[in-house]
Design a protein around this ligand. Structure first.
Ligand code: BG6
Length: 486
C-alpha cells in the first residue's frame, strides 16, 4: 500500500458526552501541538439532526470547557474547519453507502480511516458488521482501524462473542480497545519505574514483597449514569478493566522490547496466572458495598444490589508472586479521589533496635500515585535525631509537578488517539487480555449477583464499608494510601 497522506476520524455517537468532553478537546490539543496528520478530518455521526455548523458550535463549547488551557480563537478557527457532521442512524444498514459517499466527498482522495465507536455497547457489533458488509473497513485505499470504547462485554461469554463478531470483519491489528487508564502518564510510568531502573526489580517478588494494594477511590457518586451503572456496578465498571490492567503492569515479567505485542504478551501472561476464586471462596475473598442513597438515584432499581464498592484479594500462581496477596478496591462516593498502587515490603527479619512496648518495626512502602497527586513515594525508617535509636517513618518523594511542571501531564485520550493514529496498539487491550480479565471477574460476579455475598452499606464521603477494613484486619493488613494526607 502506498503512503496515504490524508486521515479521517469517523465518530459514531458524536452527539454524546465522550465526544464533547474528551475526543474533540483531545484532537484540538493535538492540533495545537502540531501532532495531527496532514489533511485531517473528523466526521461526527449520530441521530441528531445537526449540520456541520451546529456540530462545530457545540464542539466549541466543549473545547472551551475541557481544553481551556490551550484555547485560542485563532487556532479554533483553523481547527473547526476540520469538523464535519452527518446525521446517521447506525442501525440502518441501507444508510452506510450514502454515509461512505458523504465521507468520500469530504476526503476527496485516498484516505486512512479511524472509526471510533463512542456509542452504547449494544451498537458495537451492529456498526462493525455494517461497516464490514459495506466494504468500509477494507484497507486497500489507506489503513482502516476501529477504536472500541468500553465496556467490552458484560461477562466472559459476551466479550468472547463480541471478539468473534469483530474478528469476522477485522484483523486483530485493526482493533483498538480502549482502557483509558493505560494512557495515564503515571500508569505508563510503572513500566519505566520497574524496567528503566535497576534498584526495584531485584526486590519485586515474593521474597521481599509482603502484599500489594491497588486502590481506585472516587469521590463522585454515580450521578446521572444510573441506568448504565446499575447494570454494571463497580466490578464491571472498574475491576474488569482498569484495576486488572494496573495489576498486570505491576505483576508482569519484563518484555524483551517496547513493542505492542511483546508488551501485551507479558500482560496477558500475568493475568493468566491470576488464580480464579472458586465460587465457594468468593465469600471469604470479596467484600461488596453500596453507598447510602444509591437506591434513590434516577434509573436505579429501588431494590438494586449493584455494588458501588468492592474489595477483593487475588493470588497469582507463578514463581514471582506465589503467596503474595494482591488487594484490589474501588468505590464511588468515597472520601477522596485517589488511585494508587501500594507495594508493602516485608519487615526486616530481625530488629536490633530497642522498641517501645507494643511497637513493631514498620515495613517499607512504595506508593505509586496514579492520580490526582501524581508521583511516587518511598517510605522508610530513619533515626529520630537526638535519641539513642528511636525510629520514625520518613518519605522520599517524587512529584510530577515539581520535576516536569504543572501542565506536563496530558489528558489520557490525547495519547490514546495519537497512538491509534500512529498504529501503536501498546496502550490498547488485546482480545486475549480482555477475556483473561473476564475469566477472573466472572466467578465473583456470579456469586455476588446470586446474593451469596452480603452487600454492606457505607456512608457517602467515607472510605467504604467497615467490613472492608475488618477484612484486611483479619489478614493482618490495613488499607493504606501513601498519597492521601490522613
Ligand atoms: C470509567 C468508569 O471507565 O472510569 C467511570 O466508567 C469512572 O465510572 C472512570 O468514574 C474513572 O476514570 P478516572 O480517569 O476519573 O479515574
Amino acid at each position: 500500500m502506498s503512503a496515504v497522506e490524508s486521515t479521517s476520524v469517523i465518530i459514531f455517537g458524536a452527539s454524546g458526552d465522550l465526544t464533547y468532553r474528551k475526543l474533540v478537546p483531545a484532537f484540538y490539543h493535538l492540533f495545537g501541538k502540531d501532532r495531527l496528520p496532514e489533511n485531517f478530518h473528523v466526521l461526527g455521526l449520530s441521530r441528531s439532526e445537526w449540520d456541520d455548523e451546529t456540530f462545530r458550535n457545540r464542539m466549541e463549547e466543549g473545547v472551551k470547557q475541557f481544553a481551556s488551557d490551550s484555547f485560542s480563537q485563532e487556532s479554533w478557527k483553523a481547527f473547526r474547519e476540520k469538523l464535519h457532521y452527518y446525521p446517521f442512524d447506525l442501525s440502518d444498514a441501507e444508510g452506510y453507502r450514502a454515509c461512505a459517499k458523504h465521507l468520500a466527498g469530504i476526503e476527496k482522495q485516498k484516505t486512512n480511516r479511524m472509526y471510533y465507536l463512542a456509542t452504547a455497547p449494544q451498537f458495537f457489533p451492529i456498526a462493525i458488521q455494517h461497516l464490514g458488509d459495506n466494504g468500509m473497513v477494507d484497507d486497500r485505499d489507506g489503513w482502516r482501524r476501529v477504536i472500541v470504547e468500553k465496556p467490552f462485554g458484560h461477562d466472559l461469554q459476551s466479550a468472547h462473542q463480541l471478539n468473534d463478531t469483530i474478528h469476522r470483519y477485522l484483523r486483530e491489528e485493526q482493533i483498538y480497545r480502549i482502557d483509558h487508564y493505560l494512557a495515564k502518564e503515571t500508569v505508563q510510568n510503572i513500566l519505566v519505574l520497574r524496567f528503566g531502573n535497576t534498584i526495584f526489580e531485584p526486590l519485586w517478588n515474593r521474597n521481599y514483597i509482603d502484599h500489594v494494594q491497588i486502590t481506585a477511590a472516587e469521590s463522585v457518586d454515580v450521578g446521572h449514569r444510573g441506568g448504565y451503572y446499575d447494570d454494571s456496578g463497580v466490578l464491571r465498571d472498574m475491576f474488569q478493566n482498569h484495576l486488572l490492567q494496573l495489576l498486570s503492569l505491576v505483576a508482569m515479567e519484563a518484555p524483551a522490547s517496547f513493542d505492542a505485542d511483546a508488551l501485551r504478551n507479558e500482560k496477558v501472561k500475568a493475568l493468566a496466572t491470576v488464580r480464579p476464586i472458586p465460587l465457594e471462596k468468593v465469600y471469604a475473598n470479596v467484600i461488596i458495598g453500596q453507598y447510602e442513597g444509591y437506591l434513590k438515584t434516577k434509573e436505579v432499581a429501588s431494590n438494586s444490589r449493584t455494588p458501588t464498592y468492592a474489595a477483593a484479594r487475588l493470588y497469582l500462581d507463578n514463581w514471582r508472586w506465589q503467596g503474595v496477596p494482591f488487594y484490589l478496591r474501588s468505590g464511588k462516593a468515597l472520601k477522596e479521589k485517589s488511585t494508587e498502587i501500594l507495594i508493602q515490603f516485608n519487615a526486616p527479619p530481625h530488629v536490633m533496635f530497642p522498641l517501645e512496648m507494643g511497637e513493631t518495626i514498620r515495613a517499607n512502602l512504595l506508593s505509586i500515585c496514579i492520580q490526582p497527586h501524581e508521583g511516587i513515594h518511598l517510605r522508610f525508617e530513619a533515626k529520630v535525631p537526638d535519641t539513642p535509636a528511636k525510629m520514625r517513618s520518613v518519605d522520599m518523594d517524587f512529584h510530577y509537578d515539581d520535576d516536569f511542571g504543572h501542565l506536563a501531564i496530558p489528558e489520557a485520550y490525547e495519547r490514546l488517539l495519537l497512538n491509534a493514529l500512529n498504529g501503536d496498539a501498546s496502550l490498547f487491550t488485546r482480545a486475549d487480555g480482555i477475556e483473561e480479565a473476564w475469566r477472573i471477574i466472572d466467578p465473583i460476579l456470579t456469586v455476588c449477583e446470586a446474593g451469596v455475598v452480603p452487600i454492606a452499606k457505607y456512608p457517602k464521603g467515607s472510605w467504604g464499608p467497615k467490613e472492608a477494613n475488618d477484612f484486611m484486619g483479619q489478614h493482618g493488613h490495613e488499607w493504606r494510601l501513601g498519597c492521601v494526607s490522613d
